[in-house]
Design a protein around this ligand. Structure first.
Ligand code: GDP
Length: 297
């Protein structure tokens, strides 16, 4: 299960404090040392860990926590609050554009779960908002990608616009947007090409698509299982495209948690949704407070 190791280690770190009427500064230091190691082991970015430990320590020392009532409980609460803060405090919803369609551009590396997430999001919009989305297949480098999006579209009952693999993706997006206008679609989801790694060609193409599509949201899909490299991917895409948010996939796997805990702090962009399974219903709005509670167990 995701975060299992982290949850165990954090609980162990708090164990020394439980039942103590008073907590000494050296008790606190020892606990913070263990929390620091637990976070580093969970693959949380080291700068994020440093800042986190500093903040928790200051708060614990500052508010007469150590000698107050239930000091251990208060420290757990401070850790809980700071974990929440680190992930962005509250959920970040998608914002509907004033004029239709609301355009959402999906970007990410190959295999992260971009196509699946496009389908999940289309389904969510359809079900929760009674929206009429159109998906545009703009990944022309893998013939299977178009087929896969069409299959997903069929499963969720959402039309897919495609022009095969011989047309320039920027052109496909322009044509797809015209199609959406014609059909009065209120949402357009653009499935862009993924590559094995970030390269200039990929970014140039995405920048060009961004120019013509003028998206309301650019959602980066990253795989939680890849830990620190998910964070690096987020930094790369954000630098090039100024993404608006992240969909973190495969949180149902046994990820150690580093990506979930670092992305917001490192990029200043929120995780908006999490993928928690392969089925097309398995997409949830990301709630930092609930995630913090889940991590603390
Ligand atoms: P793309 O190359 O980024 O478009 O990735 P795909 O959408 O093809 O997904 C790659 C693989 O990851 C597929 O086998 C998906 O079923 C799987 N996948 C996507 N999201 C999730 C998720 O949240 N949980 C799990 N367990 N698998 C996922």
């Amino acid at each position: 299960m995701a975060f299992e190791g982290l949850t165990d280690r954090l609980q162990k770190a708090f164990k020394n404090l439980r039942g103590k009427g008073k907590i000494s500064e050296s008790d606190l230091r020892e606990t913070m040392r263990e929390i620091r190691l637990a976070l580093l082991e969970a693959d949380v970015n080291f700068k994020v860990v440093r800042q986190f430990v500093k903040t928790v320590q200051e708060k614990a020392k500052g508010a007469d926590v150590l000698e107050g009532l239930n000091p251990a409980q208060q420290i757990v609460k401070i850790v809980n609050d700071e974990l929440t803060n680190m992930m962005g405090e509250s959920a970040t919803p998608l914002v509907k554009s004033d004029k239709i369609p609301t355009v959402i551009m999906m970007v990410g590396l190959q295999g992260a779960g971009k196509t699946t997430s496009a389908g999940k999001l289309a389904k969510k919009l359809k079900t929760d908002d009674h929206a009429r989305p159109l998906m545009i297949a703009a990944d022309v480098y893998r013939p299977a990608a178009i087929e896969q999006l069409e299959k997903v579209g069929e499963q969720v009952g959402v039309p897919v616009f495609q022009e095969g693999t011989d047309v320039d993706p920027v052109q496909i997006v322009q044509d797809g947007l015209k199609e959406a206008d014609k059909n009065n679609n209120d949402y357009v989801l653009i499935d862009t090409a993924g590559r094995l790694q970030i390269d200039e060609n990929l970014m140039d193409e995405l920048k060009n698509i961004k120019k013509v599509a003028n998206p309301n949201d650019i959602l980066l899909v990253v795989d939680a299982m890849t830990g620190q490299s998910a964070v690096d991917t987020a930094v790369g895409f954000n630098d090039a495209l100024d993404i608006t948010g992240v969909i973190l996939t495969k949180l149902d796997g046994d990820t150690r948690g580093g990506a979930a805990l670092s992305i917001r702090a490192v990029t200043d962009k929120p995780i908006m949704f999490v993928g928690q399974g392969e089925k097309l219903d398995d997409l949830d709005v990301f709630h930092p407070d609930r995630m913090a509670s889940r991590i603390l167990g």
